[in-house]
Design a protein around this ligand. Structure first.
Ligand SMILES: NC(=O)c1ccc[n+]([C@@H]2O[C@H](COP(=O)([O-])OP(=O)(O)OC[C@H]3O[C@@H](n4cnc5c(N)ncnc54)[C@H](OP(=O)(O)O)[C@@H]3O)[C@@H](O)[C@H]2O)c1
Length: 268
């Protein structure tokens, strides 16, 4: 199976790294990007095939990954349309651009969409995937295998649900960085040096996430277990609740999803 990436930037680089780390033959991985330096780096690191211009070579690809910015996707699609085999599956990782638009620009039916996130760059991504009913189980499996090279995968039933994935894992890393910053600053305000505060904040979030992952218990129960009545943690949680922390997160997720839907309208 040959997989071709149109665009060799951050996200494509992460997926290529994941594929190669998982034993994919580098000869079956192609990347096209106008930037020669990016291509040289990818070729030298992974031994994959690289191209500055998309042309006949793309006809070989069984999976074509669209990994350019949404703003340029229409032009890119119109340029590459003639070089995609009708049996190939197109996997778009571009945020917000619908499969209907991509299908129209490419004059192609087999479109799958993916919403990845930046932790894919360290193999800890969370990707939402959507495929229309016409995409068979074997193709879904092949696409899932690609994205599982950079983390976990969840299929959504309706394309619109990818906006919800955006509100969760797509933008979620920024929510967590925001919390890390707040915890680090609060510790510094108590006299802790920056390096220690960063380490304490980060190790706490990593540890809590690892503990929650290892447990089948609901988050709420895990939280209650470390919150003895009248104790120190209870005092902190009282403050979070008085300020309606959950309500704030709910509003933030809603705002993110609303913006995702608005932006999707721009790229039709
Ligand atoms: N990063 C994320 O967290 C994230 C999350 C979810 C989804 N995504 C989606 O992933 C896609 C890629 O994001 P990214 O962060 O990897 O962007 P990126 O680093 O800017 O990579 C895009 C690459 O495509 C190249 N390119 C432009 N026109 C091209 C063409 N005609 N043919 C081939 N390559 C072309 C760009 O070159 P130039 O730089 O020279 O223009 C750039 O190297 C976006 O659509 C984004 O919405 C990203």
């Amino acid at each position: 199976m040959t997989i071709a990436f149109i665009g060799g930037g951050n996200m494509a680089g992460a997926i290529v790294a994941g594929l190669c780390a998982n034993g994919t033959d580098p000869n079956t991985v192609c990347v096209s990007d106008p930037n020669r330096d990016k291509l040289d780096a990818l070729r030298q690191t992974y031994g994959i095939r690289t191209f500055e211009v998309t042309s006949d070579w793309l006809l070989e690809a069984d999976i074509v990954v669209l990994a350019v910015k949404p703003q340029v996707l229409k032009d890119v699609c119109e340029h590459i349309a003639a070089f995609i085999r009708p049996t190939a599956t197109v996997l778009s990782i571009a945020a917000g651009v619908t499969s209907e638009s991509i299908g129209r620009w490419l004059n192609h039916e087999r479109i799958v969409r993916c919403m990845p996130n930046t932790p894919a760059m360290v193999g800890k991504g969370m990707s939402g995937l959507y495929a229309p009913d016409a995409i068979d189980a074997r193709t879904r499996e092949a696409i899932q295998d690609v994205m599982q090279c950079v983390g976990r995968v969840r299929w959504v039933e309706k394309e619109d649900d990818l906006h919800v994935i955006t509100g969760g894992s797509g933008s979620g890393p920024a929510y967590v960085f925001h919390f890390l910053q707040a915890l680090q600053e609060a510790l510094q305000a108590q006299g802790m040096d920056l390096e220690t505060a960063r380490d304490v904040a980060l190790t706490t979030v990593e540890g809590a996430a690892a503990l929650a992952r290892a447990s089948a218990e609901p988050f709420e129960d895990l939280r209650a277990k470390v919150t003895s009545k009248g104790g120190t943690t209870a005092k902190a949680i009282e403050v979070f609740e008085a300020r309606d922390c959950r309500g704030i997160v709910d509003q933030a997720v809603r705002a993110c999803i609303a913006r995702s839907r608005e932006m999707a309208e721009l790229f039709k």
